[in-house]
Design a protein around this ligand. Structure first.
Ligand code: BGC
Length: 552
């Protein structure tokens, strides 16, 4: 299929920079919509919901991995980068999904996982069947073990999901995996690895994808010395471009090659880096010579606090201007506790609870989640986000105000974080529970069978069906907000004086004003036509934990 055809429904392709201010909706395919009643979401399920995405008003979707996988890490353990998991469909289903998205004017970004393959990837199986020193082993990171027979790990490194980061293969050698042991790290010094990923990027670009989300983009280039440091020594090293594992300067040579490939397409393919690096080092990932954009998780990591929000927004707008890219804003994704729940948890050491581990700590103490406050803050934060210059990455279900699902029975849990910590960390399953489409039914319209993660009863009340007809619902707010944003999003922002440190207000060039009240007291809004608010505005006063948009 040609690019012209692929672009048929698009409105802003002219300069190929549609991504600069796009609203991108992240789909976690196994939990979005199940078309064939096996309890797992799939690609035809996504195709069937394109009208919903269109009505929601997003510009693009980003699909988390849908490749063949044993699901040791929710699909981020890829067996074959150029195929579709048969449980999720076929390549033909993928083409049909792209066609439907195209016809609706929606672009598609796919997730690329280059730091590691799965242990079922043909290369890793070949590596295990090949001797030490072989070309097959050189595609991964193998090391001789310590001790007389290599029976001890080459280093005491700990994997991010818990447990050791080196696993023995039975002949005195060990392989490195920063994540689960089913996710062996690839060796990016190996030319074959580089060429194969170029092939993968070409494969999906030729199939009509508009861009890529690059998993662990800061981890590919590694330079492990002959004598490995201990974990403590590794942790003490600065991450300034010279760290053996993270954010090495050479990683950008890889992305320069990718950029050449992206630019050989018309329109150029785009990419966004998932790079957990210092803010001032993000720019190289986001540059026009690199991937083009990088996630900024700073708002996600902030408390619901005016000063924190303002400083994050200011610094990121400045950074994106410097890199020539645009800012990216995120509150929720498949790795973190959903933001309505985060904002409803009691503070720990003066900070609101943010990440899974902290959430668990409070779970042990049986926290009372203030559901109402959490949702009001989340809606306010989202409206503020959608008024900002740059692109907004939204995660499926946030438009329904879904909470984190905390009480998943242990037997149903899937996240390796849970297993590798022997259950002491509950992991990320609570934000990956299948979407509720209808108010009733066996899986609230997700499919006909029991969903692969159980949904709580309250999902009926939070379903697309229940919220569609409700003018006060979170879904209605997202739809209206996205529609207004699509009309008014041009240009930068100018801060407005509010006379109240708990209130942030800014104006976009066309008179669009966004006011967020982070405090508890009523705040009198400035003059202007009220376009939308996250909580009711009464008599010109904005309540606490709320955002209003005005046309000034
Ligand atoms: C993804 C996670 C995944 C990890 C390993 C991350 O950054 O977002 O879901 O577990 O990479 O691939």
């Amino acid at each position: 299929m040609t690019d012209t055809l692929r672009q048929s429904g698009f409105t802003t392709t002219a300069d190929g920079a549609w991504w600069r201010d796009a609203a991108v909706y992240q789909i976690y395919p196994r939990s979005f919509a199940d078309s064939n009643g096996d309890g797992l979401g799939d690609l035809p399920g996504i195709t069937s919901r394109v009208p919903y995405l269109k009505e929601l008003g997003v510009d693009a979707v980003w699909l988390s991995p849908f490749y063949p996988s044993a699901l040791a890490d929710g699909g981020y353990d890829v067996d074959d980068y150029r195929d579709v998991d048969p449980r999720l469909g076929t390549l033909d289903d993928f083409d049909r999904m792209i066609e439907a998205l195209d016809a609706a004017g929606l672009r598609c970004i796919v997730d690329i996982v280059p730091n590691h393959s799965s242990d079922r990837h043909v290369w890793f199986r070949e590596a295990l069947a090949s001797p030490r020193g072989s070309a097959a082993r050189d595609r991964y990171i193998f090391r001789d073990g310590l001790g007389d027979d290599g029976e001890l790990p080459p280093a005491d490194w700990v994997s991010t999901f818990g447990g050791p980061a080196w696993t023995p293969v039975g002949d005195g050698q060990w392989y490195h995996h920063y994540f689960a042991l089913e996710q062996p790290d690839l060796n990016w010094d190996n030319r074959e690895v580089r060429d194969d990923f170029l092939e993968t990027l070409r494969f999906w670009s030729d199939r009509g994808v508009a861009g890529f989300r690059i998993d662990v983009a800061h981890g590919l280039a590694k330079d492990l010395p002959d004598i490995l440091p201990s974990q403590a020594e590794l942790d003490a090293l600065p991450i300034d471009g010279s760290h053996p594992m993270w954010d090495r300067d050479e990683v950008h040579e890889i992305y320069a090659e990718w950029r050449e490939l992206f630019n050989s397409y018309s329109p150029a393919r785009t990419a966004v880096a998932e790079a957990w690096v210092e803010a001032d080092r993000r720019g190289r990932y986001a540059s026009a010579e690199g991937l083009g954009q990088a996630f900024n998780f700073d708002l996600l990591e902030s408390d619901f606090d005016a000063a924190q929000f303002r400083s994050v927004i200011e610094s990121n707008l400045a950074l994106s201007e410097k890199s020539g890219s645009s800012s990216t804003w995120v509150f929720s994704n498949h790795d973190v506790v959903r933001h309505p729940t985060r904002y409803g948890l009691p503070p720990v050491d003066g900070r609101q609870v943010r990440q899974g581990a902290e959430w668990l700590l409070s779970r042990g103490r049986e926290p009372v989640v203030d559901v109402d406050l959490g949702l009001r803050r989340a809606r306010a934060a989202t409206m503020l986000e959608l008024a900002l210059p740059g692109s907004a990455y939204l995660y499926q279900g946030e438009e329904l105000g879904l909470p984190e699902v905390a009480d998943i029975p242990d037997v149903d849990r899937q996240d390796p974080t849970f297993f590798r910590h022997q259950g002491t960390e509950i992991g990320r399953d609570g934000c990956r529970v299948p979407l509720p489409w209808t108010s009733a039914g066996p899986s609230f319209g997700f499919g006909t069978a029991a969903p692969h993660l159980p949904q709580p009863a309250e999902f009926g009340r939070l379903s697309v069906e229940a919220e569609s007809g409700d003018s006060d619902s979170t879904l209605t707010m997202y739809r209206r907000a996205l529609e207004i944003r699509s009309r008014l999003r041009e240009g930068g922002l100018e801060w407005m004086e509010t006379g109240n440190p708990q209130v942030l207000a800014f104006r976009r060039p066309n008179g669009w004003v966004s006011v967020t009240n982070f405090g508890d007291e009523l705040y009198e809004l400035p003059d202007g036509e009220l376009l939308l608010s996250s909580s009711p505005v009464v008599g010109g006063f904005l309540p606490g934990a709320a955002t209003a948009w005005l046309q000034g």
